[in-house]
Design a protein around this ligand. Structure first.
Ligand SMILES: [Zn+2]
Ligand SMILES: [Zn+2]
Ligand SMILES: [Zn+2]
Length: 325
């Protein structure tokens, strides 16, 4: 087991090693020799080839910079040099940063997409600080969970800026929900999406919830319950809706799938599901919450306890009611 002791010192030394353009360039050279075979172990690059590709003329100076990278970012063998896991992570960050350069998008129109709430066109896309936000200019949208609850918001979430490359706003509108789904599935399987560390999860209720007028003034959401995920290793914290998580639980998944909604591949129009959803907090300490999903006249009511286990409370369908009458 690796303990946290000395992590700070070691990280400090590693970052100091990177604070030089020639060294970052060496990492880029190794990264840009992309694999063209399925062999998972990369082919080492001999010293002479690496020196040749570098922008340094002095072999001694080049060797000095190379030596600073070996260990944390480069592995050395008799055949040459390869990137370590940390070296690849740095290379990816440099690559993504150089092509995206912290983009900011004010409010670009999203063509040919209708709002899932009002059915009208007129959606806009904004992007800032790693968060994409789609809003409807015709209706209130569905004040989503944080981070950016604001009038008209229909879809918001973190997505790396690389997602904006080679996608127009309409494509991003369709795809951003899948990225969110992907991150959420990683959390649900107990992995940190940033580092694969183990995740602790907790059902959290808004202390002072009042959503009678739409979104609660205290938590900014229609729903009082949400789930907090924290990585035991890197400390990453993610918040997710409880109802979104429920879509992957067995009873709700089966109900939704039977009604034409595939939670494994949600579409932006499925966001409207939350509009017909009702929540009832049945206990506070320990917390317990009931949700009723309604699709096409049929309903499913489930209960979630503080361990986040889900059980069916009741179910009704229009057709069975008719046949029973
Ligand atoms: Zn709308
Ligand atoms: Zn609240
Ligand atoms: Zn982590």
């Amino acid at each position: 087991m690796v303990g946290p002791e000395d992590n700070g010192t070691r990280a400090g030394e590693a970052f100091t090693a990177l604070a030089n353009e020639h060294r970052v360039r060496i990492i880029e050279i190794l990264w840009n020799r992309r694999s063209t075979t399925p062999d998972p172990s990369p082919t080492p690059m001999p010293f002479s080839d690496l020196f040749e590709a570098s922008d340094l003329d002095d072999k001694g100076q080049f060797n000095y910079h190379l030596g600073k990278l070996v260990g944390p970012f480069l592995a050395r063998s008799v055949d040459g040099y390869t990137l370590t896991y940390a070296g690849k992570t740095i290379a990816r960050a440099v690559q993504a940063g150089s092509v995206t350069d912290d983009p900011y998008v004010e409010a670009e129109p999203v063509e040919d997409r209708a709002c899932p709430y009002c059915g009208e066109q007129g959606i806009t896309m904004g992007y800032q600080d790693g968060i994409v936000l789609f809003s409807c200019t015709n209706c209130e949208g569905m004040a989503p969970e944080s981070p950016m609850a604001q009038p008209g918001a229909i879809q918001a979430g973190s997505i790396p800026a690389s997602a904006l490359i080679d996608r127009d706003p309409a494509e991003l509108y369709d795809d951003a929900i899948l990225w969110g789904n992907h991150v959420y599935m990683t959390l649900l399987h107990g992995f940190c999406p940033a580092c694969a560390g183990a995740i602790d999860e907790e059902l959290v209720l808004c202390d002072d919830h009042d959503a009678s007028a739409g979104a609660c003034a205290s938590c900014g959401d229609r729903f009082a319950s949400r789930v907090r995920y924290e990585c035991r290793v890197c400390g990453t914290v993610e918040w997710g809706t409880l109802w979104g998580r429920l879509a992957y639980s067995e009873p709700v998944f089966g109900f939704l799938y039977a009604h034409g909604v595939n939670p494994l591949r949600p579409g932006a129009e499925d966001l409207a599901l939350s509009r017909d959803l009702t929540e009832e907090v049945t206990a506070v300490d320990p917390p317990a919450v009931e949700y009723e999903f309604a699709v096409g006249g049929d309903t499913l009511r489930v209960r979630v306890d503080e361990m986040l286990s889900v059980s069916t409370v009741g179910q009704s369908s229009e057709s069975s009611e008719k046949s029973g009458a």
